[in-house]
Each structure stands twice: as structure tokens, then as C-alpha cells.
Ligand binder design. Sequence first.
Ligand code: HEM
Length: 301
Amino acid sequence: MILNFLEMIFMAECWEEVLQVRKDQEGIMLPHIRARQQLKQQIRSKQQEDNSNPGSSSSLSEYVLSYVDTLLDLQLPEEESKLNEGEMVSLCAEFLSGGTETTSTALQWIMANLVKHPHIQSKIFEEISGVVEEGRQEVREEDLQKMPYLKAVILECLRRHPPLHFLLPHSVTRDVTLGGFVIPKDTVVNFMVADVGWNPRTWEDPVAYKPERFMNKEGNGVEAFDVTGRKEIKMIPFGAGRRICPEYDLAIFHLEYFVANLVLNFERRAVDGEEVDLSEKQELTIVMKNPLQVHLSPRWK
Ligand code: HEM
């Protein structure tokens, strides 16, 4: 009885917090969504004006399609309706947090491993130095294609420290037998992302952080590796199949770009006498329990 009462008080506080977060999200996003809706209406009127007056000049060339535009246009086939404002706020919030927290968490794990294993950091710097001419302080998008070891470092992080240890919950649409077990229709199924990447039957010494496992025999290129799991499933940091993360290649590009530029401009060393602690903590993503502390030395004076 006392426990129920305490639970109610505790839940009320949580609930209040949840409602406040939601209110904040709406406060930030609704003005943008409405502004975009207004702009679309203006564009539509302008198009109609241009159609009835073909000689007039249009400023449509400056228009860039945004995520919100696609939501405003979306027609839900089953409900035969459009998304309401609340649904659009939820989707924008999901898109923003799904696209930032995951990548920033992966970046933190990569940098932690570069500090823990200075030889990997030096090897990336050497690779960058072979591509970027002396004095240039930015690795550009087009340079990244020439950096296979960097790609191997990113893939190894996604295998060893996937930011999400579970996929979003999926469910089966019909009875399925898998490995001798029957999974009845509508059962919610989850996938243990981290355990797939740590399977000792697939990966030799799975706990070790060894980017070399993704390199070809000559050590000058990445072994063709399918991170989408279309050919075979060896790790699933982005999921697999129809609901795979739609932006997995953008995420890999972001990670390559940020890591390359961070390594090009600064050398990172562990704080004197302190080991880099790779313990994990569950938040929205799996983050470092003790966030990384480093000594930074600029490479350019
Ligand atoms: C290292 C970075 C990232 C990781 C590890 C990651 C991982 C994932 C995973 C595991 C899922 C669930 C897949 C499933 O349930 O089968 C997912 C879904 C999703 N991700 Fe990512 N993601 C990353 C970056 C991004 C970025 C940069 C964006 C957008 C800019 C993004 C947008 C989404 C969206 C919209 C979904 C939901 C897809 C759906 O419901 O069908 N993610 N992601």
C-alpha cells in the first residue's frame, strides 16, 4: 500500500517531466513547422500566378525541400488523412535525436579508443598526412575515399561499441519458426545488437578493438564489408532489412569526417596516470560511464 502511494508520487513527478519535455519540443518545433507550411502556401500561390502569367520570373529555384516539407505532403493511406501537428513534432524530435545522439555517442567511443590505443591514433594521422598536403588544416569530403584505415576504425567502433544495444521493437506479422522456436504472430521481437557484433563464432577475439580485422590482406584497403547485412549478418549497428536506419551512410560519413579532422588538428593523450575507462552506461544510447578526459595538443603552432 505504502509502496503504491510512493509509486504514484514518483510517477507523477516523472509524468510532469515528460509533459514539460513535450511542451518544450512543441515550443521549439511548431513555429518552424507552421512557417514552412506558410512558405509552401506562398509557393503554391506563386506557381498559380506564374502559370496564369508565363512571362513573370519566379524565385522557386532557391527552394530547398526539407524533411518537414515531406511530412506536410505525406498522405496516410489507411487513415486517408494527413499527419497532425503533434505527429509532426514527434517525428521531427525522433529524427533529430536519432540522428545526433547516436553519432555523437559513436564519436565519443572512437575517440576514447584512440586515446587508449595511441598506435591507432598515430596510424590514422599517418594516413591523413599521406592524403592532405602539408599546411592544410581540413580533411575534405573527397579525401575520405583515400583513407581505408579510418573507415576500418569507424567500422570497428560500430561493432565493438554500437551506440544502440537494441533495435527499435519489431513484431512478426505471421507465425514464424526460427531455430526450432515458434514465434507467434504479433509477438514483439527485439534484436541484441551488441551481442551479434561480439559473437566469438563470427569474430576472432571479439572484445579487442582491432580495426585491422576490416582491412584487406595487403593492408591497403577495407575488405568489402556489408554493414547493411544484405549478404550476411555479422554485425547490425544500424539494424537490417526494411527498417534499417535510413541514414547509415550519412552517419558513417559524419564519423569519418569528424574523426579525421579531430585527429588532423589535435593529438589526444590520456590524462596522466589515468586509464581510459570503457565502462558503459545506459542512457538514450549506450554512453561512457565515465566520460573521456584527455590532454589535447594542437598539431599546428
Ligand atoms: C552512428 C549513428 C547511427 C546509428 C548507430 C543508428 C542506428 C539506428 C538503429 C539501430 C535504428 C533502428 C533500426 C531497426 O529498428 O531495425 C535506427 C533507426 C533510425 N535512424 Fe539511425 N542511426 C544512426 C544515425 C542516424 C542518422 C544520422 C539519422 C538521420 C539523420 C538517423 C535516423 C534514423 C531514423 C529516422 C530511424 C527510424 C527508421 C524507421 O523507423 O524505419 N539515424 N538507427
